[in-house]
Design a protein around this ligand. Sequence first.
Ligand SMILES: Nc1ncnc2c1ncn2[C@@H]1O[C@H](COP(=O)(O)OP(=O)(O)OP(=O)(O)O)[C@@H](O)[C@H]1O
Ligand SMILES: [Mg+2]
Length: 294
Amino acid sequence: MTVSENEGPYLVCSGLFKIYKVADLEVVALRGLELSVNPGEVIAVVGASGSGKSTMLNILAGYDTPSAGTVRVGRFDLLHMTNKEVVEYRRQEVGFIWQETSRNLFPYLTAYENVELPMLLTGVPARTRRERSNELLEIVGLGHRHGHRPAQLSGGEQQRVAIAVALANRPPLLLADEPTGELDEETAAEVLDLLNNVNQELGTTIVIVTHDPAISTSVGRAIAIRDGKTSTETTRAVSFEKAIGGDARDVEEFLLVDSSGSVQIPREVLDQLSIRRRVRLGVNEGRVTLESGE
Ligand SMILES: Nc1ncnc2c1ncn2[C@@H]1O[C@H](COP(=O)(O)OP(=O)(O)OP(=O)(O)O)[C@@H](O)[C@H]1O
Ligand SMILES: [Mg+2]
């Protein structure tokens, strides 16, 4: 995809709510989540267990529908899709990788057949299917293992095939929910490198949900979700040394401001300043100050 940044974000969530009803209990999994991702960006989504990461990813994948808010991905409005559009969205716009390696591949199909399958479903002609399957297996470094079934591949190799499967219909968006969660450190690093390569070579926009600090510090931007809302963002400004081949990077953490002007102040800061129910706001020479209002 060659959309330039001036054409605006590729993916936007705004005021996103997801409420699960279990019996007569309501669980608010997302409460006004905001997210904006530019075309061709790789972002990591981090956050404690139960903070809403998978819920957000499942909505972005078209597996689940939000209760309220706005979600737009490319030309798709995810809140108002017909069934036909949902099918089209899942097949053409987005590729998905699960944490459980076994969930990504059909065990009785070879690596090659697994990669070919999504293209069979979208009616891609035989020759293109063959070329693309081979090309994708090369990209993920498994060209020589195309006849192997998942059980004959290691966990890391299975995840690499899963990436090839997810990319089969050339989706502009790749979503991965803890893709390295079941892998050892070294294999996880290889899978991560591969995702970065895919981004560079194919221009795919990638959203990776992770607990793994190594992932969150090796992408351009990491977003933290807390209690169903995006709360902070860590960006790496690639400095001049990096641009000329060095490795110096500046890391900056920001609090995110949502569309209604809310920010989440970290619990430690609230405790440190004894801020409870309300704060006094000061605006001073371009700076905002908050102090406890008891
Ligand atoms: N199908 C469901 N029915 C009811 N509640 C759900 C459902 N799915 C998720 N939840 C609840 O929504 C909240 C967010 O869950 P979610 O799976 O998105 O968290 P997560 O950040 O992915 O956590 P983890 O890191 O453990 O995977 C949790 O409180 C969870 O119990
Ligand atoms: Mg999860």
